[in-house]
Design a protein around this ligand. Structure first.
Ligand code: PMP
Length: 455
């Protein structure tokens, strides 16, 4: 009864994020009522292993007791305060200390926000502010990439290079330039090596910059591994070449570490895995293990010095959110970072990732429906194809990825499909044997859909 009425209310009232509304009116929600470790439970009592850590978020699983205790303790001591006009609190100070201790930018300054979108919006505003501070306000344009995901706010969505993020929204994208994505499997020409492919991408980007006029370009934003675009792991040489090109034209490089940050790629940050130093980077999601909404931008000292001078000229640095540095979200995030350090999250992501890579290869590398398996650290994508030999995709209307995602649930796991790519991004608290189960359930699900397609 309760089950049915909750479903009905959700179907009646909820305009869901990133969901087909009419389909939702027909099919209704998956209502999750509890979580334990890497498992979540739905309102019908079914248990699923969460192979995506929610939305690339719950790195410590779904009911970490230390995070709960810290939240409760902070609620009891100071449940709200702000950081405008020189105000601060002990929890956000502790958090910044934790972030700085693992930051690849040192010295650095840290700006606190509440979501990945806000952090990315903030990076763009900081880039503009910096360019104005150094007398280059004409440097306004931002380079992003096709297939990128940077959020759902006006700027986050404009930066995103996924068609569904723009369609029918009448987006303000005049100042955004979209470069090609480093997706060798899909975008390379026949016979093109990774090195030749990177070379071509860099030349194409240089042409975009020259055509736009380098003096009109402020910054480029990039995810080290493109997540929502299909877990696209770039060739190793890509980011160092990109950094060099942007330096040549005096363009900032902003890393969106919202998915990659805090160990996911086998280093603290994706920039370290792919060999580049950004001018600033955004983090969210894993920052609090997704337990409370919090995000941050870490800014290099060079940028900060110019920004601070400009802020002084203006009387104030005119940016910031009511909940920037919120004491409870900050306390939880600080504790999550402490736990990551204690568990040696980098070593753990590497060894679990190696297991996941091996198991995926054993189960699926030769499968006729699998075109490519991409992975780094503890994140992977499995791209499904109609024809393995040619790489030909399934027709979109066959919704093969979505069908596999549904079949995964029947086998007791939750993954996410982005088109026909299945993403795996399990919590760091997953055990090696559970990785085996996850991969086995995925291969059963792919088999089920293959049977369906053959029938
Ligand atoms: N950047 C990346 C790389 C993301 O994956 C996401 C969220 N999926 C965002 C930004 C936006 O984060 P939020 O939804 O917290 O605004």
């Amino acid at each position: 009864m309760l089950h049915n009425s909750a479903r009905a209310i959700d179907m009646k009232l909820h305009l869901h994020s990133q969901t087909d509304p009419r389909r939702h009116e027909q099919e209704g929600p998956l209502i999750i009522t509890g979580g334990e470790g890497v498992y979540v439970r739905d309102d019908a009592g079914r248990r699923y292993m969460e192979g995506m850590a929610g939305l690339w978020t719950a790195s410590l699983g779904f009911n970490d007791a230390r995070l709960a205790a810290v939240a409760s303790d902070q609620f009891g001591r100071l449940a709200n305060y702000h950081t405008f006009n020189h105000r601060s609190n002990e929890a956000c100070i502790d958090l910044m200390d934790q972030i700085a201790s693992v930051s690849p930018l040192a010295p650095c300054k840290i700006f606190l926000a509440n979501s990945g979108s806000e952090a990315n919006d903030s990076m763009i505003k900081l880039a503009w502010y910096y360019q104005a501070a150094r007398g280059k306000p004409g440097k306004r344009r931002i380079i992003s990439r096709k297939g990128a995901f940077h959020g759902s706010t006006v700027m986050g969505a404009a930066l995103s290079g996924l068609p569904h993020m723009h369609r029918s929204f009448n987006m303000a994208t005049d100042d955004i330039l979209y470069a090609g994505k480093p997706h060798h499997y899909r975008e390379a020409r026949p016979g093109e090596s990774e090195e030749e492919f990177v070379d071509r991408l860099i030349h194409e980007l240089e042409a975009i910059i020259l055509q736009a006029d380098p003096d009109s370009v402020a910054a480029m934003i990039a995810e080290p591994v493109m997540g929502a675009g299909g877990v696209i792991v770039p060739p190793q040489g890509y980011f160092p070449r990109l950094r060099k090109l942007l330096d040549k034209y005096d363009i900032l490089l902003l890393a969106d570490e919202v998915v990659c940050g805090f160990g996911r790629t086998g280093n603290w940050f994706g920039s370290q895995t792919f060999g580049f130093v950004p001018d600033m980077f955004s983090v969210a999601k894993g920052l609090s293990s997704g337990y409370l909404p919090i995000a941050a931008v870490v800014v290099s000292d060079k940028l900060y010095q110019a920004i601070a001078d400009e802020g002084q000229r203006n009387g104030v640095f005119g940016h910031g959110f009511t909940y920037s540095g919120h004491p409870v979200t900050s306390a939880v995030a600080a504790e999550a970072l402490r736990i990551y350090r204690e568990m040696d999250v980098v070593a753990r992501a590497r060894s679990l990732g190696e297991r996941m890579r091996t198991r995926l290869a054993e189960a699926l590398a030769e499968h006729p429906m699998v075109g490519e398996i991409r992975s780094v650290g503890l994140i992977a994508g499995v791209e499904l194809v109609a024809d393995r030999a040619t790489g030909e995709s399934f027709p979109a209307e066959a919704r093969v990825g979505a069908r596999v995602e549904r079949a995964c649930r029947a086998h007791g796991i939750i993954l996410r499909n982005m088109g026909d790519v299945l993403a795996l991004c399990p919590p760091y608290v997953i055990e090696p044997e559970q990785i085996d189960e996850l991969v086995q359930a995925l291969s059963f699900a792919i088999e089920d859909v293959r049977d369906e397609l053959e029938r």
